[in-house]
Design a protein around this ligand. Structure first.
Ligand code: ZN
Length: 117
């Protein structure tokens, strides 16, 4: 997700903006205050927007993962691994049990040895 500095107009990935602190406590997670790497101005990262974007990304990745066949060629399996890695990363924030199950199921079907525990 990209952030824009209101002071100088600098645009970059949110991660490039230095983390200052969290603000407020919302059910969806707290908003964050970050700092513009160029001018040092304080920039808000609104979690609701970030989560909305992630939710969309999660749906799209799940769709992509769902259509990879069990006998997929190596290049598709590589893609599947990448998708699973991204989904796992996102789900660390969401903790959706059904998504965990779906990922685990697909890993077994595709023979990808990434099982946790
Ligand atoms: Zn700036």
């Amino acid at each position: 997700m990209e952030l824009t500095c209101q002071e100088c107009g600098y645009i970059d990935e949110a991660l490039e903006f230095g983390y200052i602190c969290k603000i407020g406590i919302l059910p969806t997670g707290a908003d964050e205050l970050r700092q513009c790497p160029r001018c040092g101005a304080k920039v808000f990262l609104v979690m609701a927007e970030k989560l909305e974007e992630e939710e969309e990304q999660m749906r799209e990745l799940s769709r992509q993962l769902a259509v990879i066949p069990g006998n997929a060629p190596e290049f598709m399996l590589r893609e599947a691994r990448g998708i699973i890695r991204k989904l796992n990363g996102i789900n660390m924030r969401w903790n959706i049990a059904a998504l965990d199950d779906f990922i685990g199921e697909r890993q077994r079907e595709l023979g990808l040895g990434l099982r946790r525990n």
